[in-house]
Design a protein around this ligand. Structure first.
Ligand SMILES: Nc1ncnc2c1ncn2[C@@H]1O[C@H](COP(=O)(O)OP(=O)(O)O)[C@@H](O)[C@H]1O
Ligand SMILES: Nc1ccn([C@@H]2O[C@H](COP(=O)(O)O)[C@@H](O)[C@H]2O)c(=O)n1
Length: 343
């Protein structure tokens, strides 16, 4: 056998593919100072946008409920409304709460970055009746596996957008939203119906057309009908569970490589857990699962290419030779069963 070239690594990347494929920070702002190690410990950030009363909060609550086995926090963009100054309060009917400038986006960005880096933050409490922030109380939010940022304009600012791993737009008909808004603002926010309609026509609708709707193009997922769309929410939760499952393992063991689950692998796991399984089948399927793990493990080792001359005189690379041998071990009757253990 003769060395064909220097040592190589297999097709599996040494960075584990985690940073580039499932890393939540692949889209972090370029000026981020995070290192590769800290990237592994990043929470998963979801942005949820949509028009007023589209069901953003409802969708977030449903996601949080279904992700009950993970630590999830909800941050509302509304909390970062600037409190009105006395002169603005006097002419509150002229104030546009639907314009991006109504929010303190710098403070929102700072809070999000702190949360992402694992720090506990204090989030302001906004009063929709007084159009002010509470001066003496905050909501304390702890570091989490998942951070959901919800609000009408969370996709407007690129810096905020760049922090997100998944962007969801809740798409609900304008007439449904207006009806909900009238009910909510009169019941919960102490407004009369005329002021709600006036505000809607003067600011809410134009700002929706100018800022909210154009930001829909940044969404990865669009949910028609908001909280009524159980199928969409189930799909999102399923996707998050997959991401978080891998994420958790990688957090604890930085060298862990997760083998892609397949129907065949899941089937074998089911069989070996069956208390009724025969001893022979248990050994057979356990062997196959163990071999998969060993093969994946070996795939991460450095190797040197070699030529193998078979007894029939064929020249094969060691890699092809092993592939043929592996195939025979799987399917040739003499090499099947207990003999595989000898591998
Ligand atoms: N699918 C729905 N069916 C009926 N009412 C809903 C639905 N989704 C939300 N609502 C109601 O509409 C109002 C606004 O919903 P919310 O989730 O707070 O929207 P957003 O956060 O987009 O403003 C709330 O009063 C809520 O109870
Ligand atoms: N003092 C305020 C501040 C904001 N609004 C309205 O809230 C809407 C955003 O909240 P959603 O829960 O509906 O997403 C926005 O359209 C503002 O007009 C308000 O009424 N009073």
């Amino acid at each position: 056998m003769e060395a064909a070239s220097g040592p190589h690594f297999s097709g599996l990347r040494l960075d584990g593919g985690r940073l580039s494929s499932s890393s939540p920070t692949s889209s972090l702002a370029p000026n981020s100072t995070l290192t590769a190690d800290s990237l592994l410990n990043q929470p998963f950030v979801i942005g949820v946008s949509g028009g007023t009363a589209s069901g953003k909060t409802t969708v977030c609550d449903m996601i949080i409920q279904q992700l009950h086995d993970h630590r999830v926090v909800l941050v509302n963009q509304d909390s970062f409304y600037r409190g009105l100054k006395p002169d603005e309060l006097e002419r509150v009917h002229e104030y546009n709460f639907d314009h991006p400038d109504a929010f303190d986006t710098e403070q929102l960005l700072e809070c999000m970055k702190q949360l992402i880096s694992g720090q506990r933050v204090k989030i302001p409490i906004y009063d929709f009746k007084k159009h002010q922030r509470s001066s003496d109380s905050f909501r304390q939010v702890n570091a989490s596996d998942v951070i959901i940022l919800e609000g009408i304009l969370v996709f407007h600012d690129q810096g905020v957008r760049d922090l997100m791993n998944m962007k969801i737009f809740v798409d609900t008909d304008a007439d449904v939203r207006l009806a909900r808004r009238i009910r909510r603002d009169t019941v919960e926010r102490g407004r009369d119906i005329n002021s709600v309609l006036e505000m809607y026509a003067k600011f809410v609708k134009p700002a929706f057309d100018d800022f909210v709707l154009p930001s829909k193009k940044y969404a990865d997922v669009i949910i028609p009908r908001g909280g009524d769309n159980h199928v969409a929410i189930d799909l999102i939760v399923q996707h998050l569970r997959t991401k978080l499952g891998q994420h958790d393992l990688c957090k604890i063991y930085p060298n862990v490589y997760v083998i892609q689950s397949t129907f065949q692998i899941r089937g074998m796991h089911t069989l070996i857990r069956d208390t009724e399984i025969s001893k022979h089948d248990f050994v057979f399927y356990s062997d196959r699962l163990i071999r998969l793990v060993v093969e994946h493990g070996l795939g991460h080792l450095p190797f040197t290419e070699k030529q193998v001359v078979t007894p029939t005189g064929s020249h094969l690379s060691l890699y092809s030779f092993l592939a043929v041998f592996h195939f025979l071990c799987l399917y040739h009757p003499l090499l099947c069963g207990d003999n595989i253990c000898a591998l």
